[in-house]
Design a protein around this ligand. Structure first.
Ligand SMILES: [Zn+2]
Length: 626
């Protein structure tokens, strides 16, 4: 039975659970018709919420969907229907102790599970997907990310059909049973929420490698896939090793189990999932052979493997308190994988790719009926919140914090964050305030970014005073209305600016200066500027905003040929090319001859032939004149 009325979940209604689950011991008997799931849960009253007075304990309410309940025990006592009630998707149990062991036995039908959430069988193989709320389709549980538990998982199955039996953590015990069955017991020593649970059973081949961590521990790496794909695994394994090294070097994060496994299957419905120690991928996100895959797919695989691996710390060791905090793990991890790709390949090209996605897809989301803040305050269905705003804009917010704090302070902040919250389920606010603590930077106004939907617009005008050798930028910020109708307040926006001389060199002492926009209207004065400069605004796309500045064609051509910021060179080329194309369209409409503007051709000539720093004379005259 399913609740017909979807309800709205509100962030302000969050409260801790009444009970914690310290230990979760699962036992699966995988069958062809149905699967038996036994769960032994060590449960403890949340004493922060409940004082023990006279033995009045709150009922234990567990989530469960499409489960056939066989039996319930508390300790050795079998519960009858007077001790519990089953109502829709909730199992409510009377409780008479502060700590107890609950044992449930359920049957599920993975063969009939077409939702591809929970445990399902597809192509002769068992596989799980539990984020966000799939675990409740496996057994009765407190299926929420702030309930973190130590898991063990025993899998029993027919050895001929399912020779490979995988779950999270380290393999602890393996047994051959009668009738051709076998079982494997996995133990994960790290606390985790149920959404990170995984089970895979099937007839899979694997490649094996190893990685020696910074403290000298050897970790076994295994990539499992269908037989016919086994020759396509090398790049993913190499990408994994590079990711593991990078996370040690850049974030000081060492891998924490004896084994790391990736399973790549054709019929996995999500792109990839970061289950602890057992990542599950759709084949397209992990398999590639040089004969058939493009450079792009090689880079995409490297990025996805890295993203899921990086979750081991940003998501798994430190997880989300509730699903409103999704960007805590996704925004931070997208930022981490983006920086990894930038370090492995071209930093400028990576930035251009990220911004192109942001501008075309996320800005559109922000401008449409689906506009929502990175940290939403309500949802009806959490699956609908896996959005570009939560992922990509969320990553841009982390990137801005990185820019505002600087590399060293950001690292100090991330170290402190992992140290403080290891093994805990926390909030975006915990992340931001830790960054403040590590840097003494005040992010009070910056926090508005997390709560305000919509893409801000920055309008810039400039003036040059030759007698005072002084250059001024006048900047205003605003944000278009969004469907939530909430008033828009000025944001703290880091605006990276460079000023270029007529020779194409940077005029500012540090080349790029970070302006802190905090008001609706602000002016910035640059003294000792001996000639009218060409401004290079929003360098490296320092904030997810729309920028408006009335550049002349000549200025764009100049930036395209000379800007020392790679991203802005590309951006100037885009703007100029679009202008020229639009004029040609106008010419076609007016029946005039088609001419490509020489300003664009010259700029490309410069780009392709001139050594860096050489400027065509025609742009040197007065670059600011429009
Ligand atoms: Zn992710």
């Amino acid at each position: 039975m399913k609740d017909a009325q979807p309800t709205t979940v509100l962030l302000k209604d969050y409260r801790q659970p009444d009970y914690w689950i310290d230990q979760t011991d699962l036992s699966f008997e995988l069958g062809e018709e149905r699967t038996r799931v036994e769960a032994i849960l060590r449960i403890r009253l949340n004493k922060q919420l409940h004082k023990i007075d006279g033995g009045n304990y709150p009922a234990l309410i567990l989530n469960g969907t499409e489960l056939h309940l066989e039996s319930i025990h508390i300790g050795d006592l079998a519960l009858g229907t007077q001790d519990y009630s089953l109502d829709g998707e909730q199992l409510t149990i009377k409780v008479s102790d502060t700590e107890f062991e609950l044992r449930t036995v359920c049957f599920i039908e993975p063969q009939k599970n077409t939702s591809l959430e929970g445990l399902y069988k597809s192509n002769g193989m068992f596989c799980t997907q539990c984020e966000a709320e799939g675990f409740r389709k496996i057994t009765y549980y407190l299926d929420r990310p702030d309930v973190m538990s130590i898991f063990s998982c025993k899998i029993t199955a027919d050895k001929s059909l399912y020779p490979v039996l995988l779950s999270n953590g380290n393999e602890f015990e393996r047994e051959t049973l009668k009738n051709g069955f076998h079982s494997v017991l996995w133990r994960d020593p790290h606390k985790k929420p149920a959404y990170l649970f995984a089970l895979v059973a099937g007839d899979l081949e694997h490649v094996r490698d190893s990685f020696t961590t910074c403290s000298g521990r050897e970790v076994t790496l295994q990539l499992f896939t269908e037989q016919r794909n086994i020759h396509k695994c090398a790049h993913a394994i190499d990408s994994l090793k590079r990711s593991m090294r990078w996370d040690e070097e850049v974030y000081g994060r060492e891998y924490d189990l004896d084994i790391f496994m990736i399973v790549a299957v054709d019929h996995f419905n999500m792109g990839a999932m970061e289950n602890k120690g057992l990542n599950i991928f759709n084949s397209s996100c992990v398999l590639a052979s040089p004969e058939t895959a493009t450079d792009n797919s090689f880079q995409r695989i490297e990025a996805i493997v890295a993203h899921e691996y990086f979750h081991n710390w940003s998501g798994n060791r430190v997880t989300c308190r509730d699903w409103f905090q999704l960007s805590l793990k996704e925004g931070f991890t997208v930022f981490r994988d983006s920086e990894f790709s930038a370090d492995m390949n071209s930093r400028t090209v990576k930035r251009i790719e990220d911004v192109a996605l942001l501008r075309t897809a996320q800005f559109a989301e922000d401008a449409g009926p689906m506009a929502h803040p990175v940290l939403p305050d309500s949802y009806m269905e959490i699956s609908n919140f896996y959005t570009l705003t939560v992922y990509e804009k969320g990553a841009e917010l982390v990137r801005m914090i990185h820019k505002l704090l600087g590399k060293q302070n950001f690292r100090a902040g991330s170290d402190l964050y992992f140290e403080r919250y290891d093994g805990l389920a926390v909030t975006v606010e915990n992340f931001v305030s830790t960054m403040e603590d590590a840097s003494e930077m005040d992010l009070t106004q910056f926090r508005r970014w997390y709560h305000q939907a919509g893409t801000p617009v920055i309008k810039v005008t400039d003036e040059y005073d030759s007698s005072e050798q002084c250059y001024r930028l006048h900047v205003s910020q605003s944000c278009p209305a969004t469907p939530d109708k909430k008033p828009k307040q000025p944001l703290h926006i880091p605006l990276a600016v460079g000023l270029l001389s007529s020779e194409g060199s940077d005029l500012l002492p540090d080349k790029t200066q970070m302006l802190n926009l905090t008001d609706a209207n602000q002016s910035f004065t640059f003294e000792g500027i001996k000639e009218p400069p060409v401004p290079s605004l929003l360098r490296d796309f320092s904030a997810p905003v729309r920028l408006e500045f009335d550049y002349s064609d000549q200025q764009l051509a100049f930036l395209m040929a000379n800007d020392t910021d790679g991203f802005n060179r590309w951006d100037a080329a885009q703007q100029l090319s679009v202008r020229v194309l639009q004029r040609m369209v106008d010419a076609v409409v007016a029946g005039e001859p088609l001419v490509v503007d020489w300003v664009l051709i010259d700029a490309y000539e410069q780009l392709l032939t001139a050594p860096r720093g050489h400027i065509p004379p025609r742009y040197c005259q007065n670059p600011v004149a429009r």
